[in-house]
Design a protein around this ligand. Structure first.
Ligand SMILES: Nc1ncnc2c1ncn2[C@@H]1O[C@H](COP(=O)(O)OP(=O)(O)O)[C@@H](O)[C@H]1O
Ligand SMILES: [Mg+2]
Length: 165
């Protein structure tokens, strides 16, 4: 009996997504971050950034989270200027944020992944609780890790950017 090697090739995931990224790269955009479901791009003439994400039609973790962000004034929600949904991928124009340093992530109590009770800042704790409540009524799983919290450079506030998959 032989062992079977199964390979997943990224290029097959979403042709449209990769075409969109190629277009951005050809017109002066630079990738500044990426995750399992998308990438984030900057342009020298733009204060905001552009997220390009692969989406699963009506059941996408980030798009559903983004819809919930439109209904809150919490400073811990990212400011999303616009979203353009195409078949298989979307563009979202977002405020530009900075990475959350690891020591601050830990000091805030965020490394306990979704255990909102451990979060030190009351407004962030309340926001993560709200986010969890909404998630439990959805089909999404929790995706709390260091890369999914960022900092708003103008105020130093922690922003929860991508908590659901
Ligand atoms: N608003 C933002 N400003 C700057 N960089 C960002 C922003 N949002 C996300 N990023 C960067 O892009 C990475 C991927 O974004 P994320 O929203 O987590 O997408 P994914 O669904 O692929 O995990 C993040 O880990 C972060 O480094
Ligand atoms: Mg992420």
């Amino acid at each position: 009996m032989s062992r079977t090697t199964i390979t997943y090739r990224q290029g097959d995931t979403s042709k449209f997504y990769y075409q969109a990224c190629e277009k951005l790269s050809d017109s002066g955009w630079k990738e500044i971050g990426s995750g399992n479901y998308g990438s984030v791009w900057e342009h020298p003439d733009c204060d905001t950034v552009l997220k390009v994400g692969v989406h699963d039609n009506d059941n996408d973790g980030w798009l559903d989270y983004a819809r919930s962000c439109a209904k809150t004034r919490s400073p811990h929600a990212p400011r999303i200027e616009a979203i353009e949904i195409h078949p298989e991928f979307y563009y979202a124009e977002l405020e530009r944020l900075q990475p959350l340093p690891r020591d601050r992530y830990q000091a805030e109590g965020l490394e306990r992944h979704g255990y909102a009770g451990c979060i030190q800042t009351p407004s962030l704790r309340a926001y993560v609780r709200r986010t969890e409540r909404l998630r439990r009524n959805s089909t999404h799983g929790p995706d709390y890790h260091e890369g999914n919290f960022m900092v708003r450079p103008t105020t130093g506030e922690i922003v929860c950017t991508d908590p659901w998959y």
